[in-house]
Design a protein around this ligand. Structure first.
Ligand code: 8DG
Ligand code: CA
Ligand code: CA
Length: 488
């Protein structure tokens, strides 16, 4: 099916008929005179709406192009009941002129088309209109990507306690448990005020008994004994120490711990990869936070080299710095060029040049493995990591005033073609939890798969293009969340 770019589609909304919008329906006639259908264009798209309209009319249904009080059945695809109700409120041409149409999911429509006549409306066909958040005791939206999460929030002591447990679970290989603590912490980060009573947790999603217990302890005693025990435990401290070495994951750190290794000095007697050797050699620098000024200096340096090899190409600072963090553990830079394909080969030239100037202390590159056939099939829903050409490196940044005159800084360089850039930017801005929640929302609420390359609609079997992050949120039916509010 041909795809209509989102921008053109969304301007042609609903009641105002556009070039592709179906004209107003015929007068009451045909085999089903009691029925007047209206198809909601939002998320269905103009071309699919036109196609479905034609199909229904060919089967004798009356389908109106404009919404009016005559409409008896409103059919929507991938919209919640609340969204359709809201849409109707905005597009009511003649308020109060009667008309209490059934709000139906597309499943009712497809079953009716198959039957050649309107099928009886079952509860599963109806879109449920839930009360707006304000009427439900200000229940917080369940997905982090539906909320604003600023960098600074008033519940730091509580979130740090939960995040310690999340980290401990992650270091123990319990991803599910880790995620539960992370989700609870993320909800607290979105609260505008300080949490003072246990009762306030009722409005937050994702708080099980364990999380509640931790919160209660911190609220009542100032500390959670469990959290303090974790913080002091030898295993937790050692695994944290080891996983901070560039190139060391949980499995390796755990193995070293089992083998009795406890300090960085112990690591000198074990076999290390080239990456881990570099990580150990520059441990102190790499565990010292990178300041925004340093990140911007590196970004300018890379921009100058990029321009030299490919005029018109750009460098964008992503990751935590784009979310407004003043410090980070590394610098994430996205390279692109306005014309697809021009960016090919750029990264290796840039890295070679920087290397030849002695500006790179370590690097390993990965080629782009996202082939042209890849876009035709849905990307893996669980695949967190993308397939862009990239370079994981350690830069030698000039640091005047320090005893050596330079500092080692971790830098990730990623190259994305312009057509995928908004997806890469969204994916590499983070936070990691915000990204995970976006993908979970896409999958469960929209039957779409999102990754750093594309958004794929599994119902329509097509990839939804986007020229900006805003358009990706629009495709997902989410309100736009600016980078500085993605600190979940
Ligand atoms: P920090 O450096 O300020 O401590 O934190 P951050 O900037 O938020 O985290 P990060 O570890 O640098 O990751 C930035 C984003 O990049 C994060 O949302 C995950 C995303 N990302 C991808 N693909 C890949 C990948 O292949 N590897 C890594 N490490 N991160 C990826 O979209
Ligand atoms: Ca980063
Ligand atoms: Ca990074």
């Amino acid at each position: 099916m041909a795809l209509v770019p989102l921008k053109r589609r969304s301007r042609r909304g609903g009641a105002q008929a556009g070039a592709l919008s179906p004209p107003a329906g015929p007068p009451d006639s045909g085999p089903f005179p009691a029925l007047v259908l209206y198809l909601v264009e939002k998320r269905m798209g103009a071309s699919r709406r036109a196609f479905l309209t034609q199909l229904a009319r060919a089967k004798g249904f009356r389908v109106d192009g404009a919404y009016s009080a005559a409409v008896t059945h409103v059919v929507a695809e991938q919209n919640s009941g609340a969204e359709v109700a809201q849409w109707l409120k905005q597009h009511q041409v003649d308020p109060g002129a009667g008309g209490d149409p059934a709000l139906l999911d597309i499943s009712w429509f497809t079953e009716s088309m198959r039957a050649g006549q309107p099928v009886e409306i079952q509860p599963r066909h109806r879109l449920v209109v839930t009360a707006p958040a304000a009427q439900r005791g200000r229940q917080m939206a369940p997905y982090a990507c539906e909320r604003c999460t600023p960098l600074l929030h008033p519940n730091r002591a509580l979130t740090e306690a939960l995040e310690t447990l999340a980290e401990e679970a992650w270091l123990s290989g319990s991803e599910g448990r880790s995620l539960a603590f992370t989700r609870a912490a993320a909800a607290l980060k979105a609260l505008p005020g300080q949490l003072e009573t246990m009762g306030e947790l009722e409005s937050l999603p994702g708080f099980g008994d364990h999380c509640r217990g931790v919160i209660q302890a911190v609220l009542e005693d100032g500390v959670s004994v469990e959290v303090e025990r974790v913080r002091l435990s030898e295993r937790y401290r050692t695994l944290k120490l080891f996983t901070k070495v560039f190139g060391v994951g949980v499995k390796t750190a755990d193995r070293w711990y089992q083998e009795g290794l406890r300090t960085l000095a112990d690591l000198h007697n074990t076999r290390l990869t080239r990456q881990q050797q570099a990580g150990l050699q520059h441990y102190e620098d790499l565990t010292t936070p990178v300041g925004r000024g340093e990140a911007e200096a590196i970004s300018r340096e890379v921009q100058a080299v990029v321009q030299q090899f490919l005029p018109g190409a750009s460098v964008t600072l992503a990751g935590g710095f784009r979310r407004g963090k003043p410090h980070g553990h590394d610098v994430d830079l996205l390279l692109t060029h306005p014309e697809d394909g021009q960016e090919a080969g750029l990264l290796s030239r840039v890295v070679s040049w920087l290397d030849s100037q002695g500006l790179i202390l370590y690097q390993h590159s990965q080629e782009n493995s996202y082939g042209p056939r890849e876009g035709a099939k849905p990307p893996s829903a669980s695949g967190h990591l993308d397939r862009y050409e990239r370079c994981f490196s350690i830069f030698r940044l000039a640091a005047p005033g320090t005893h050596r005159g330079w500092k080692a800084v971790r830098v990730d360089l990623v190259v994305a073609p312009a057509s995928q850039f908004p997806f890469a930017l969204l994916g590499w801005t983070g936070s990691r939890h915000f990204e995970r929640e976006l993908r979970r929302f896409a999958r469960h609420e929209r039957k779409m798969t999102l990754n750093s390359h594309e958004l794929y609609d599994t119902r329509q079997n097509l990839s939804l293009p986007a020229a900006s992050e805003e358009e990706i949120f629009q495709h997902l039916g989410l309100e736009y969340v600016p980078p500085e509010q993605r600190n979940a």
